[in-house]
Ligand binder design. Structure first.
Ligand code: CUA
Length: 325
């Protein structure tokens, strides 16, 4: 069964086209653009050197098999084995060091209009938006950011080391318990990307991901304003069942008595691209399956199974959560 759910998660990613949205070679952010250029420079340089070495090898093996005098052999070793690699490596190092301030623009980050605080947990992401005006807005397992504006991310961990990474937007950064790491990103194109956890953190490390949505600034601001207030709730029975079965002791849902802080904030679950921290499409069926047997979808997660509930109750809770837009 476990394999079945992992397979269904993998086929969702492949079928949705969402899988293509995590390539470092399709940059959609300022930092990622520079990383992609660095990659192509390295790749072309490496390919040229490889072609040169293979060419020399073929030349000496096929066309020029005479022995070399010791003096000319030493000269080849000196130029080809010492001078050329040292000069190439120094040039690459200088280029990478020159890129570095652009890849970690801390000075600009402090002036960012939006700070997003992300905390890694086994195996999900707690997200709090701190706009320059207005109160903080809590969310989980999804990062949204405005296109063309610099955003500062403060990264923490509540348990073990995780690593935050949105490949099309920029480089990765570790989330270390007891430390706050800072990352700054600027999306240049709107899109929906996938952010994987990039540091082994336990059983479900490979199932710890999030969706990153880069939106036009106006759309982003209205989205954030809507997130700041409780979602209009439909389906009173689902809400009552959610509370009666104790879901509210771990999860927070704005506008209800569910005030838990152990699990992901579910206030606007229905508006997220994925559920289960980036692994399942956001459908009622996926939410119901997660509630019934979380360990099948995410082994090692601390959420208990609720498959002892009548299936209709699970459905009603899932439908209510999906309705929280
Ligand atoms: Cu969190 Cu790997």
């Amino acid at each position: 069964m476990g394999q079945y759910f992992s397979l269904s998660a993998a086929s969702f990613l492949l079928a949705s086209g969402y899988a293509g949205a995590w390539s470092v070679l399709e940059p959609a952010g300022e930092e990622a653009q520079q990383i992609a250029v660095l990659f192509w420079v390295m790749l072309s340089g490496g390919a040229l050197i490889w072609l040169g070495v293979v060419g020399l090898l073929l030349h000496s093996a096929l066309f020029n098999r005479r022995r070399l005098a010791e003096k000319s052999a030493s000269r080849i070793i000196l130029w080809g084995g010492v001078v050329f690699p040292s000069a190439t490596l120094c040039a690459l190092l200088a280029y990478a060091l020159w890129l570095m301030p652009g890849l970690r623009p801390f000075a600009q980050a402090s002036s960012a209009a939006l700070r997003i605080e992300v905390t890694g947990r086994q195996f999900w992401w707690e997200v709090v938006y701190h706009p320059s005006q207005g109160s903080p807005v809590a969310s989980a397992n999804e990062i949204r950011l405005p296109v063309g504006e610099r955003v500062e991310l403060t990264l923490k961990s509540a348990d073990v080391i995780h690593s935050f990474w949105i490949p099309p937007l920029g480089g990765k950064m570790d989330m270390i318990p007891g430390r706050i790491n800072r990352l700054s990103l600027k999306a240049t194109k709107p899109g929906v990307f996938r952010g994987p956890c990039a540091e082994y953190c336990g059983t479900s490390h490979a199932l710890m991901a999030f969706s990153a949505v880069a939106m036009e600034p106006e759309a982003f601001r209205s989205w954030l304003a809507a997130q700041a207030i409780p979602a209009p709730s439909a389906g009173a029975s689902g809400s009552a069942l959610f509370l009666r079965h104790g879901c509210g002791s771990c999860h927070f849902v704005a506008g209800t008595d569910a005030r838990g802080t152990i699990g992901p904030d579910l206030s606007h679950l229905g508006s997220r691209v994925t559920v289960g921290a980036g692994i399942l499409p956001n459908t009622e069926d996926a939410v119901a399956r997660f509630i019934a047997r979380p360990e099948l979808i995410k082994p090692g997660s601390s959420m208990p199974a609720f498959d002892m509930l009548p299936p209709d109750d699970v459905r009603a809770i899932a439908a209510w959560l999906r309705g929280l837009q």
